[in-house]
Design a protein around this ligand. Structure first.
Ligand SMILES: Cc1cc2nc3c(=O)[nH]c(=O)nc-3n(C[C@H](O)[C@H](O)[C@H](O)COP(=O)(O)OP(=O)(O)OC[C@H]3O[C@@H](n4cnc5c(N)ncnc54)[C@H](O)[C@@H]3O)c2cc1C
Length: 378
């Protein structure tokens, strides 16, 4: 019997495999696709923090600003001293998988998990490897299998409540300002989320998110701003922006997108997924070492990730709910409030893509009226 089976070789699953193997656990990672990193469903924007976890040369550009475009066409520019990295996500995923393999994880591609069952003694995982049915047992299973997690479906029977559908393309369009991401607000370009154009050298990732069933119509409006159609490839996906109430069971934990451990305001989940895996690996190793696998022991995982990320994700979730209900008029009014030199300099100073609550709270502290305005005038 294996110590751990990790389902899914995205960044969360591969980092989990790496960390568990480094701790000496017999770990198998199962990935349904024939190639790790494909298909790409991501913009690849991450902070420098991610580079402390993963040794990679996947960076294709670095940006240090954001141009926020309001529904009335006005824009404000935020510029930070730290750079945000635009990654080639395919290469990044392969690099994390390489770390897991180098650390000793067994790795199996073309292995789609079709059933997971917990018992008192073990967890049974059934998967199709190149079409053949295989069954393996392990002490613990980790659900790192993304937004439509099979592990979550079979053991937890639920899903994150708030899911954004995202539609993104790679376009043969070179943004004039390669140092800034463009962020589009309002009902023309997104459904309760935002639209974006991210410079990646001679191509641009243009996309949008929607809390309603489809993001395509918002994307079409956004894409029209970039002239005649220059789409090279389409790569949408779903982003869970609320986490599950419980992320552990008797013999399993859920990490990353499978658990909804994603930043609700931006939809970024690479950093939070890796942090959740780091928390989970320590707890699983401890449980197995003391031969005490069970709900009680694995609950430490949730306490740990919540200690590191819980308050941030909770607060950002509240702000996202408010944000998603704002009218175009309110966004336009917000423009006049946040584009003042005083507020822009606060945003420049404390803005952090992994911890946006800091900037939200600092802006409110400078201009408390903003809260009243947002709550009353939606
Ligand atoms: C359009 C878009 C843009 C985004 N942009 C950013 C961004 O700029 N920055 C950022 O931080 N985040 C971004 N995200 C979010 C980010 O992509 C995810 O949060 C991140 O990929 C989560 O990693 P994960 O390992 O938890 O899950 P995933 O990356 O989804 O990995 C899950 C893996 O499990 C595999 N799998 C699924 N089911 C099974 C099964 N039954 N058996 C075996 N294997 C299975 C999948 O093939 C996949 O490889 C974006 C998302 C979208 C949709």
């Amino acid at each position: 019997m294996r110590d751990v089976i990790v389902v899914g070789a995205g960044p969360s699953g591969s980092y989990m495999g790496y960390d568990l193997s480094k701790r000496g656990l017999d770990t198998l990672i199962l990935e349904e696709h024939r190639e790790v990193g494909k298909p790409v469903e991501c913009t690849g924007l991450v902070s420098e923090r991610v580079m402390k976890y993963v040794h990679t040369k996947a960076g294709v550009n670095r940006v240090n600003g954001a141009r926020i475009i309001f529904p009335n066409g006005e824009s404000t520019h935020i510029r930070k001293s730290e750079k945000t990295i635009v990654m080639d996500r395919d290469r990044f995923d392969k690099d994390v998988a390489g770390m897991a393999i180098d650390a000793g994880s067994d790795f199996s591609i073309d292995s789609k998990v079709i059933g997971v069952r917990e018992s008192r003694e073990c967890v049974e995982v059934r998967y199709r490897k190149s079409g053949n049915l295989v069954e393996e047992r392990a002490r613990v299973v980790v659900g790192a299998d993304g937004v439509n997690s099979r592990v979550r479906r079979d053991i937890y029977g639920n899903r994150p409540r708030r899911i954004v559908s995202a539609y993104q393309v790679d376009a043969a369009y070179e943004l004039p300002d390669q140092d800034s991401v463009e962020v589009y607000l309002g009902s023309g370009t997104s459904g309760g989320f935002f639209g974006w154009a991210t410079p990646a050298g001679d191509t641009t990732k243009i996309g949008t998110g929607s809390l309603y069933p489809t993001a395509k119509k918002f994307f079409d409006n956004l894409n029209a701003r970039f002239g005649k159609d220059k789409v090279l490839g389409i790569n949408g996906g779903a982003i869970p922006i609320s986490y599950l109430r419980r992320t552990y069971s008797d013999r399993s934990i859920l990490v990353g997108d499978a658990a909804g451990i994603v930043k609700p305001l931006s939809g970024g989940g690479i950093y939070t997924g890796i942090v959740s895996s780091e928390c989970g690996a320590g707890v699983i190793a401890d449980a197995i070492e003391h031969d005490r696998v069970g709900m009680r022991k694995l609950s430490a995982y949730q306490r740990l990730w919540k200690k590191k990320l819980g308050l941030e994700l909770w607060f950002d979730g509240l702000v996202q709910k408010l944000f998603s209900s704002l009218s175009d008029n309110t966004f336009d009014r917000l423009y006049s409030i946040i584009s003042t030199p005083e507020i822009t300099s606060v945003i420049n100073r404390v803005g952090d893509i992994d911890y946006p609550s800091r900037v939200v709270l600092s802006v409110i502290a400078r201009n408390p009226e903003i809260v009243k305005y947002l709550l009353v005038k939606r």
